[in-house]
Design a protein around this ligand. Structure first.
Ligand code: NAI
Length: 302
C-alpha cells in the first residue's frame, strides 16, 4: 500500500495517477480529514470510467499509513504574499518533521518520498529526522525537470517526446543543471541536431519551466503528479528505473551532508545505486554552485 500525506492538488492527482497505473492501493492522509475523504470518494467514483480496481481511502488518522511500503509527502504550504523563502522553508520543515515522526511510528519499514518544496532541503531534513537508511529517503524533483527538458527538446525539433532522452541534475530550483552532453534523440546527441541558440533556448525554458506555470496558475500539479506515480511504480514493482532523484550524498560527486538530484537506480529498496558520472569541469562547477545554494539555505534556517 502507498500512503500519500497531503491530499491537496499534487497529492490527490498523484493518487489518481498511481491508481490508473494500477501500481498499488492508496491511502490519502491530510490534517483536513474532509478534504482527504472527499478526494478519495471522488477518485473511487472515477474508477469504473478509467478502469482501476485499486482501493482508495481518505482520512486524517495517521495510523492508517501502517504497513505502507511507500509514503509520499506532498503536505505543505505554498509561498504566500509577504512570506520570505526562509519563512516558507521553516514552515514546511516543521510540517515535514511532524509527518516524519508519524512515519517512523507507523511505517518504520517504508520508503519515504519527499515532494514538499524546497524538496532537496525537505529530503535532507526527513533523512535526519527519520534515522532511516539513506537509500530509503529521497525527493522528487530532477525527474520532473528532466521530463520538462525532454518536452522542450521535442518541441524545438518537432519530434516525438518519446524519442527524447535527457538528464537534469542538481537542485530542483533555479540552480538546476540540465546536461546537454547526456541528452539525445533516439541515440543522436542533441548537440548535433540543435544549434547553440536552440540549445540555450531549451535549457532556459527548462530552468524557468516551473515558475512559468506558477506565474500563470499559481502552482504546478499535473506534471509533478504524473512523475510521482512513475517513481512510485519503479519502487513498488522493483523496476530499477534510472532517473534523477534528490539523494543524500556521502562522498559521491565529492559532496556530503546534502540531498541533491543525481541519477540513481530506483527500485524496491528505494535508491538502489547512485550513478556517478564523469562531469566536465564546467558542469562540475555548476553542480558545486547548486550544492552551495542548498547548503546555504540549510544554514540560514539553522
Ligand atoms: P495544496 O495546498 O493543494 O496541498 C497541501 C496539503 O497539505 C493541504 O491539503 C493541507 O491541508 C495539507 N497539509 C498541511 N499540513 C499538513 C500536515 N501536517 N499533515 C498532513 N497534511 C497537511 O498544495 P499542492 O499544490 O498540492 O503542493 C504541495 C507541496 O508540493 C508544496 O510544498 C509544493 O511546493 C510542493 N510541490 C513540489 C513539487 C516538486 O517538484 N517537488 C512540484 C509541485 C508542488
Amino acid at each position: 500500500m502507498i500512503s500519500i500525506i497531503g491530499a491537496g492538488k499534487v497529492g490527490s492527482t498523484a493518487a489518481f495517477n498511481i491508481l490508473r497505473l494500477r501500481t498499488s492501493d492508496v491511502t490519502l492522509i491530510d490534517i483536513d480529514g474532509n478534504l482527504a475523504k472527499g478526494e478519495a470518494l471522488d477518485l473511487m467514483q472515477a474508477a469504473p470510467a478509467v478502469e482501476f480496481d485499486g482501493k482508495i481511502k481518505g482520512t486524517d488518522d495517521f495510523s492508517q499509513m501502517e504497513d505502507s511500503e511507500l509514503v509520499i509527502v506532498t503536505a505543505g504550504q505554498a509561498r504566500q504574499l509577504g512570506m520570505s523563502r526562509i519563512d516558507l522553508m521553516s514552515k514546511n520543515a516543521k510540517i515535514v518533521k511532524s509527518i516524519v515522526q508519524e512515519v517512523v511510528k507507523y511505517a518504520p519499514d517504508s520508503k519515504l518520498m519527499l515532494v514538499t518544496n524546497p524538496v532537496d532541503i525537505m529530503t535532507y531534513i526527513a533523512y535526519k529526522e527519520s534515522g532511516f537508511q539513506r537509500n530509503c529517503v529521497f525527493g522528487m524533483g530532477n525527474i520532473l525537470d528532466t521530463w520538462r527538458f525532454r518536452s522542450y527538446i521535442a518541441m524545438e525539433l518537432g519530434v516525438s517526446r518519446e524519442d527524447v532522452r535527457a538528464l537534469v541534475i542538481g537542485e530542483h530550483g533555479d540552480s538546476m543543471v540540465p546536461l546537454v552532453e547526456f541528452s539525445s534523440v533516439s541515440g543522436i546527441p542533441i548537440a548535433s541536431l540543435l544549434s547553440k541558440e536552440q540549445i540555450d533556448r531549451v535549457v532556459n525554458l527548462t530552468v524557468s519551466s516551473g515558475s512559468d506555470v506558477i506565474k500563470l496558475k499559481g502552482s504546478t500539479t499535473y506534471a509533478p503528479a504524473a512523475v510521482i506515480a512513475i517513481m512510485a511504480d519503479a519502487i513498488v514493482r522493483g523496476r530499477n528505473r534510472v532517473m534523477g532523484v534528490s539523494t543524500v550524498l556521502q562522498g559521491e560527486y565529492g559532496f556530503s551532508d546534502v540531498s541533491i538530484g543525481v541519477p540513481v537506480v530506483l527500485g524496491r529498496n528505494g535508491v538502489e545505486k547512485i550513478l556517478e558520472l564523469e562531469l566536465t569541469p564546467k558542469t562540475k562547477e555548476r553542480l558545486e554552485k547548486s550544492v552551495a545554494t542548498i547548503k546555504e539555505a540549510l544554514k540560514e534556517m539553522g
